[in-house]
Design a protein around this ligand. Structure first.
Ligand code: PNS
Length: 166
């Protein structure tokens, strides 16, 4: 296949998104200009007990990605590679913040490659200001009423966090 007749590149950005943070959003913006289509795929079955129900996580993602017409929000369950194959995806996108993320991400990427060698995991870096940010810390800060959450998550998430923990 030549470059000219290549198919549009579909990328899947999978995760828990409990809730979506400015770090996730930063990565979505960067990826949306690289890939032809980006599917933000929210995992249905979490081992962890989520703060936000699946529907809420999807609603918040839909609201904050509304302006990007090549970004779609979806739900997946079961094996990520089965889902990616079904969507015709060539890429799975994951964010890496610090070296500490790398080991887990490497394991996951290599296992996914074993399952489906045709799909590449692509790692991207969020802006430096989000290198310490995680949904887990956001949940914890919100539960403890810390005001800093304001600059870490989109407005809609901030409001829903407030409602949830008040
Ligand atoms: O945001 P998270 O919690 O780091 O996302 C992890 C997620 C949902 C991407 C990962 O757990 C996953 O892909 N789950 C689907 C099940 C699966 O395919 N497992 C095999 C991965 S090697």
């Amino acid at each position: 296949m030549t470059f000219e007749n290549r198919k549009p590149v579909v990328a899947i950005y999978p995760g828990s998104f409990d809730p979506v943070t400015n770090g996730h959003l930063d990565l979505i913006q960067r990826a949306a200009v690289i890939f032809d289509k980006l599917i933000v795929a929210v995992a249905r079955n979490l081992d962890k007990d989520p703060l936000f129900a699946l529907k809420e996580r999807v609603e918040m993602l839909e609201a904050v990605t509304f302006d990007w017409k090549n970004v779609e929000v979806d739900i997946f369950e079961g094996l990520l590679m089965d889902y990616a194959r079904a969507k015709g995806a060539r890429v799975v996108l994951r964010g890496i913040r610090a070296v500490s993320d790398y080991e887990y991400e490497l394991q996951m990427a290599m296992m996914n490659r074993k399952i489906e060698p045709q799909i590449e995991t692509v790692f991207m870096l969020p802006a430096g200001e989000y290198s310490f940010l995680s949904s887990r810390l956001v949940r914890e800060l919100a539960r403890l009423g810390a005001p800093v959450v304001k600059d870490l998550v989109p407005k809609i998430v901030e409001e829903r966090l407030k409602a949830k923990v008040s």
